[in-house]
Design a binder for this molecule. Structure first.
Ligand SMILES: CC(C)(COP(=O)(O)OP(=O)(O)OC[C@H]1O[C@@H](n2cnc3c(N)ncnc32)[C@H](O)[C@@H]1OP(=O)(O)O)[C@@H](O)C(=O)NCCC(=O)NCCS
Length: 292
């Protein structure tokens, strides 16, 4: 099989069940098991603005070899769900899929792309470096079990934020975030609300989160005044006191996040790390569009 014999077909020409099947086949030997089902893939596509018309399935004589999806937001693209079936790897399919996605983005006049890759996933990282992606930082996937008792809530003026108010805060500038944690991901998510806190020493800040049936997730937060660790300890103590039975699952928290020590003190545990990679120069709109 040569690169020329690989056919790239828009993912929108396949059913969700076919896309789930090919994705799961490419991940049977993955470092961190992340099997998908149709409902989860549909939610993923909606939350992360994945565009199936510009995503690709690689085939060879009618057999599906691999898949790669493209997320599209203003001036930026996101590469995700890339995978090639294990026994067909190292024959150029991954490279063909990646080149195909970059071409799709280029046709839409988007020259800035983002992705995340699990740390020590050498094949994928080598592929991305080869295509001109560069490392911009390390991201943490964190988990907190409800079996860890939360401390008593810190004394504070605590106000619950309904969805509209919470999303208004999220839309303000929080620094350049990985795709999963950008404002758009929260705008697209259900059951989002928040908490605004003012502490006795005048510190102020807020936390916005998504409450799923058994899980708290998708945190966005900001310390407006005061020390980030104190503020995070305060909002986490309030949150976990309120939701005693829920697991917390957080994706892609930057290792340089100054709030992090409070998460560890509150019983959060690192599940694994990712490397964030970019290609092209950061568009001004990514920094400015969500400035509050
Ligand atoms: C990463 C992945 C998609 C690569 O697919 P592939 O079809 O094997 O890749 P290609 O044959 O097109 O290889 C292209 C380049 O990738 C790099 N690469 C691929 N496999 C590699 C390996 N095992 N070790 C080192 N580099 C590797 C090389 O730079 C290679 O170029 P070369 O063949 O000229 O050396 C495939 O390994 C895979 O599906 N892995 C599991 C899922 C995954 O990790 N997805 C990425 C998540 S971010």
């Amino acid at each position: 099989m040569t690169d020329n014999s690989i056919l790239l077909i828009p993912a929108s020409q396949f059913t969700i069940d076919q896309l789930v099947a090919i994705y799961n086949q490419t991940r049977v030997d993955y470092m961190v098991p992340m099997p998908m089902n149709a409902a989860r893939l549909e939610e993923y596509i909606r939350t992360y603005d994945v565009d199936l018309d510009h995503s690709l399935v690689a085939t060879h004589h009618g057999d599906m070899l691999g898949v790669a999806m493209l997320g599209l937001r203003a001036d930026r693209a996101w590469i995700t769900r890339l995978g090639v079936i294990p026994d067909t790897r190292r024959r150029g399919t991954g490279l063909a899929l990646m080149n195909g996605l970059l071409k799709q983005a280029e046709n839409l006049k988007i020259s800035f792309s983002m992705l995340e890759v699990i740390k020590n996933n050498v094949p994928a990282q080598q592929l991305f470096l080869k295509l001109g992606f560069y490392e911009v930082g390390e991201l943490l996937v964190l988990r907190r079990s409800p079996t860890v008792p939360p401390p008593d809530p810190i004394v504070a003026d605590a106000r619950r934020l309904q969805r509209a108010e919470a999303l208004d805060l999220v839309g303000r500038y929080r620094g350049t975030q990985p795709w999963t944690n950008q404002s758009e991901s929260l705008f697209n998510a259900q059951d989002v609300s928040g908490l605004r806190l003012t502490l006795a020493d005048g510190s102020e800040g807020w936390l916005v989160y998504q409450r799923q049936k058994f899980t708290l997730t998708r945190f966005a937060y900001k310390t407006e005044t005061g020390d980030p660790v104190t503020m995070a300890w305060a909002f986490l103590s309030h949150l976990h006191h309120h939701f005693l039975r829920l697991v917390t699952q957080l994706e892609n928290i930057q290792v340089i996040d100054p709030h992090l020590p409070a998460f560890y003190q509150m019983g959060y545990i690192e599940s694994f790390r990712r490397i964030e990679m970019w290609r092209g120069s950061v568009p001004g709109t990514l920094r400015l569009s969500s400035q509050g």
